[in-house]
Design a protein around this ligand. Structure first.
Ligand code: NDP
Length: 297
């Protein structure tokens, strides 16, 4: 049986339309237009593409963007000064620091300086800490993991007591998605480069999240029949017969795994569009939080 394909593009489009409407309504009622500042340091081409996509998405839903580009030689002090300035700017509701930062910069310190009310990427240690603790609520949840949870909900997946396996333990995807799955009452195994027998682990999964950055690593015989497979990976592989000379593939061997899985996300068009939709949602939420009294730390 062929898996049901989860169309992240369609779900994201619907969420974006809802956000656009809510932004229009608040502006009409005299509330400030939500604003997102993007901070891009250096000249990594992929980072430039991502920031451009995020700014375009903001524009489409009526969120104002405030782009800041610093050279690869920017000092720690220069980046920190910019963050402090954005923290004070009332037009800026969300601050996004595009990762990875150049190696000489202290990423942890920079992310920790962002006002948690403006932490729309959800990477501030307070937000991540709250995510990891029972009974605590983060102000913002990291965008890719949040998008994965929305996709699972859309697919009608019952996570209560389900066995979930997460491939990858990065700060951006693997670890926060594992925390969200635990909060949703799944039983979670997190695998990584030192895991002894990956296929033996993944074959146990009712829900398998692949976030390793290894092209088509997850094969059909790694997947339990009927499992829900969410492919986060975005890998560029050579494809000489295409106009660009390359194509994007996920961490899952889509063509073979779709014959075993019950539900699967494609790459592109699965998790990727959800990440940007969640960023917009978090930015709107930041503007709404600013409308109210500041939440006590
Ligand atoms: P990282 O490189 O930060 O983390 C990769 C994780 O996978 C690590 O935990 C690593 O283990 C593990 N890993 C790597 N190789 C293997 C292996 N052979 N076997 C088992 N585990 C392995 O990547 P990210 O989490 O940032 O991204 C993962 C993928 O998701 C990438 O393809 C990225 O492009 C994509 N991505 C997509 C997004 C989207 O919106 N669609 C957003 C963000 C990322 P260890 O910890 O031991 O090193």
């Amino acid at each position: 049986m062929t898996a049901r394909i989860l169309d992240g593009k369609a779900v994201a489009a619907r969420i974006r339309a809802e956000i656009r409407q809510r932004v229009e309504e608040r502006v009409k009622s005299g509330l400030p237009r939500p604003g997102l500042a993007t901070v891009l340091v250096g000249d990594d081409p992929a980072s430039h593409v991502y920031v451009r996509m995020k700014r375009k998405a903001c524009q489409e839903v009526g969120i104002e963007s405030f782009p800041h580009e610093l050279p690869a030689t920017a000092t720690q002090e220069e980046v920190e000064d910019l963050i402090m300035q954005l923290n004070q700017d009332p037009r800026v509701h969300g601050i996004l620091v595009q990762l990875p930062l150049p190696k000489h910069l202290d990423e942890e310190r920079i992310l920790g300086l962002i006002d948690i009310h403006k932490d729309v990427d959800g990477f501030h240690p307070v937000n991540i800490g709250r995510l990891a603790q029972k009974g605590r609520e983060p102000l913002f949840v990291p965008c890719t993991p949040a998008g994965i949870m929305v996709l699972l909900e859309e697919a009608g997946v019952n996570l209560e007591g389900a066995k979930a396996v997460v491939l990858g333990r990065s700060n951006i995807v693997g670890m926060p998605v594992a925390l969200l799955l635990i909060r949703a009452n799944a039983t979670v195994t997190v695998c990584h480069s030192r895991t002894r027998d990956l296929p033996a682990e993944t074959r146990q999964a009712d829900v398998l999240i692949a976030a390793v950055g290894r092209p088509e690593m997850v094969k059909a015989d790694w997947v339990k029949p009927g499992a829900v497979v969410i492919d986060v990976g975005v890998n560029r592989v050579e494809a000489p017969d295409t106009p660009k000379g390359y194509k994007l593939v996920g961490d899952v061997a889509f063509d073979e795994v779709k014959e075993v899985a019950g539900v699967i996300t494609p790459v592109p068009g699965g998790v990727g569009p959800m990440t940007i939709a969640m960023l917009l949602k978090n930015t709107l939420r930041a503007a709404e939080l600013a409308d109210r009294e500041r939440v006590a730390l």
